[in-house]
Write a protein that binds this ligand. Structure first.
Ligand SMILES: NC(=O)c1ccc[n+]([C@@H]2O[C@H](COP(=O)([O-])OP(=O)(O)OC[C@H]3O[C@@H](n4cnc5c(N)ncnc54)[C@H](OP(=O)(O)O)[C@@H]3O)[C@@H](O)[C@H]2O)c1
Length: 265
């Protein structure tokens, strides 16, 4: 007898979810995970070279009976955000956006001596301006109750890596946004806002990191309390799915560690 995997609960049926940066890596996993739970998902990417992989995510959702739309939009620009929101609302049967997962990020490392204004603006525009103005733009489209906003932070928000001045600041900023918005959007919009905080996850962003950073991670990975290994996308997805569900209604303003306990080291 072969084992048939048990499907996840269908607890996001009727919901429309935007997952930024979902052509690959953690975002693609989240998009598929939310679709498997019944949500209609907007898959987003920016680089023309990612069109094929983004279409692959779209097809895998549709082939499994799910509903999804692909939107190329640069979330670091106001025009890109407007386009993403307009097309998402048109796609949504209820005309509401129930869930936004702020996953897209520019993750390059850069030592303090080498930071240029261009690098600073690219990283802060993608990782902070994007979530701020996308959240602002979806406010009129949130349901009157039960909206869910999730930001993807990083252990870099709380640990000390020499090559991550700007990246770390943007991720610490995401955790601050989560607390501000939990306070601001709870009573007024009936929405919860939470962060997940992954450690190293086996994606392009991680493996393309600065070699010195990767070297410095080895002993930390070995000491990870849950298991001495790099995280997988599948370690993160169920936590995000929970934060997007009705069952998480009493959780807001929190940062859920998705890092095997790495922050305890
Ligand atoms: N991987 C890790 O070890 C790790 C650890 C902690 C936290 N995180 C966080 O987890 C999230 C996902 O990371 P990942 O490793 O999956 O990243 P990834 O493999 O590099 O994928 C990044 C995604 O973001 C998209 N993106 C980048 N800039 C964008 C923009 N301006 N507009 C729209 N989309 C944009 C990319 O689209 P294109 O394909 O079009 O470029 C891609 O879909 C990020 O927030 C990252 O900071 C990752």
């Amino acid at each position: 007898m072969t084992d048939t995997p048990i499907p996840p609960p269908q607890n996001l049926c009727g919901k429309t979810a935007i997952v930024t940066g979902s052509s690959r890596g953690i975002g693609a996993g989240i998009a598929v995970g939310l679709a498997r739970r019944g949500a209609s998902v907007i898959i987003n990417y920016v680089s023309p070279k990612s069109k094929g992989t983004a279409e692959g995510v779209l097809q895998s959702i549709r082939n499994n009976g799910g509903s999804a739309l692909l939107i190329q939009a640069d979330i670091s620009s106001i025009e890109g955000i407007q386009h993403l929101v307009e097309e998402s609302v048109k796609f949504s049967l209820s005309k509401k956006i129930d869930i936004v997962v702020h996953n897209a990020a520019f993750g390059d490392d850069c030592y303090l001596e080498d930071i240029t204004p261009e690098f600073y603006y690219k990283q802060t525009n993608t990782n902070l301006k994007g979530p701020i103005f996308l959240t602002q733009a979806i406010l009129p489209h949130l349901p009157s109750h039960g909206g869910r906003i999730v930001l993807v932070s990083s252990i870099s928000a709380r640990m000390a890596f020499a090559s991550q001045t700007v990246y770390a600041a943007t991720k610490a900023g995401c955790e601050a946004l989560c607390r501000c918005w939990a306070a601001a959007l709870g009573k007024k919009y009936g929405a919860t806002v939470n962060c997940v905080n992954p450690g190293p996850v086996a994606t392009e962003m991680y493996w393309e990191s600065d070699p010195e950073f990767l070297k410095s991670m080895e002993s930390i990975i070995d000491a990870t309390p849950a298991a001495p290994r790099v995280g997988e996308v599948a370690d993160i997805v169920p936590l995000v799915a929970f934060l997007c569900s009705e069952e998480s209604h009493w959780t807001t303003g929190s940062v859920l560690n998705a890092n095997g306990g790495m922050l305890l080291i």
